[in-house]
Design a protein around this ligand. Structure first.
Ligand code: NAD
Length: 359
């Protein structure tokens, strides 16, 4: 396997692996180690180019630094991507090669699930490295983080309902949900159960058909989701969905969902604000999964009760961010960034040597 470093300003370490024997082409980005080892999921996606994959992994890794800082997980930020098709290209040799790639970083990067990756692939990775979380409960690990991410999103939606509609009830609202995968599927089931009206979409017709039968659920084609008249727009697919083209189309009061990097650029947070749409900063509302896996790493090992208690705090964290945004006359996205940056600055002041990659 050939591993090469890619110098990127502002990042602790970015590395690329090519392994002709298994067909692995992967990138790991470690953004910041100030608060601890960089933990972030592995994504498998058919990127059209390596440049596109690099852009994605860099944005995702930085988001993990901010997410962990806000959620106080004691972790730094990193992420990895495999360029490939999760439906057709998965095999043990590929993921074992990924495991060796992760191991080569000596623990600075710890992986978990993200889009296209489940427990089976992590178990293959585990054959080559210990720097992996989110494995099966039977093995003493914390399991798939997605249900915990969904739980955090539900808590976050309540905080948004209070801010935008002065009620913490979620019934009776209309939700437009993009993406019905591991997290989005659970969010839709939860919202249907509490009596929400849902218009949902997914690029997978199979998934769409699975959810069409739930009470209160209607389906639309993927591109139509941005035009749905609703109270909440809930993005649970990929990043960059809030941009110059989509924001003017939105007919909602709140945007709050699990997808990472929802804002294509930071200025899109201001664009939402100008349209009087409340935005729940993605890395605050979707922190349930990272909180859950982080509990695996504390002394004494994984404890679901401790994880759930901490995930419930997403509600309080969002309320505090909305209050700060109101007080400081900034957007919620800017308020969240300030919280994260302040925590990182305090840690660096307390220990100026914190956050150096070990290899
Ligand atoms: P997933 O792969 O299980 O689900 C993603 C779904 O989105 C799939 O069903 C896919 O078909 C659909 N999709 C993709 N592009 C779409 C489009 N343009 N329109 C409609 N549907 C589309 O992934 P997941 O684990 O549920 O993660 C969803 C999002 O949440 C990702 O952005 C991920 O990074 C983020 N996230 C996930 C977790 C977690 O615990 N899994 C934690 C934090 C953040």
């Amino acid at each position: 396997m050939e591993i090469t470093a890619i110098p990127v300003e502002g990042y602790e370490k970015v590395v690329r692996a090519m392994d002709p024997a298994s067909g692995l082409c992967a990138l790991i980005a470690i953004h910041d180690l100030t608060l601890g080892p960089a933990l972030g999921g592995l994504r498998m996606w058919p990127y059209r180019s390596e440049e596109e994959a690099l852009t994605d992994v860099l944005r995702l890794a930085r988001g993990m630094t901010y997410k962990s800082a806000c959620a106080d997980t004691g972790l730094g930020g990193g992420k990895s991507v495999i360029i490939g098709n999760a439906k057709t290209d998965k095999n043990e040799a590929l993921f074992r090669a990924m495991g060796r790639f992760i191991d080569s970083l000596g623990g600075d990067y710890i992986t978990a699930e993200d889009v296209g990756i489940g427990i089976r692939e992590l178990e293959w990775i585990k054959l080559e490295t210990d720097y992996v979380t989110g494995l099966s409960r039977d093995s003493g690990s914390s399991g798939n983080p997605s249900p915990f991410t969904a739980r955090g999103v539900m808590r976050g939606l309540r905080a948004c309902a209070e801010e935008a509609f002065a009620t913490s009830r979620l019934d009776g609202f209309h939700y437009a949900v993009q993406g019905l995968g591991q997290v989005g599927g659970d969010v839709v089931r939860g919202l249907s159960m509490v009596g929400g009206f849902l218009t949902v979409t997914d690029i997978s017709e199979e998934r769409l058909a699975q959810f069409a039968a739930l009470p209160g659920v209607e389906t639309v084609a993927p591109d139509e989701i941005f035009d749905v008249e609703c109270d909440f727009f809930v993005p649970n697919a990929l990043g960059g969905v809030l941009n110059d083209d989509t924001i003017p189309r939105l007919k909602c009061k709140v945007v709050a969902g699990a997808a990472n990097n929802q804002l294509l650029e930071p200025r899109h947070g201001s664009m939402l604000h100008e349209r009087d749409i409340l935005y729940a900063p993605d890395y605050v509302i979707n922190a349930g999964g990272i909180i859950n896996v982080s509990i695996e790493l504390i002394p004494g090992g994984y404890n679901e009760r401790v994880a759930v208690e901490k995930i419930e705090n997403i509600y309080t964290a969002l309320k505090a961010i909305f209050a700060t945004a109101r007080r400081d006359r900034c957007t919620p996205a800017q308020a969240a960034d300030r919280v994260a940056e302040q925590r990182l600055a305090e840690a660096r002041n307390a220990n100026p040597l914190a956050g150096r990659a070990s290899s």
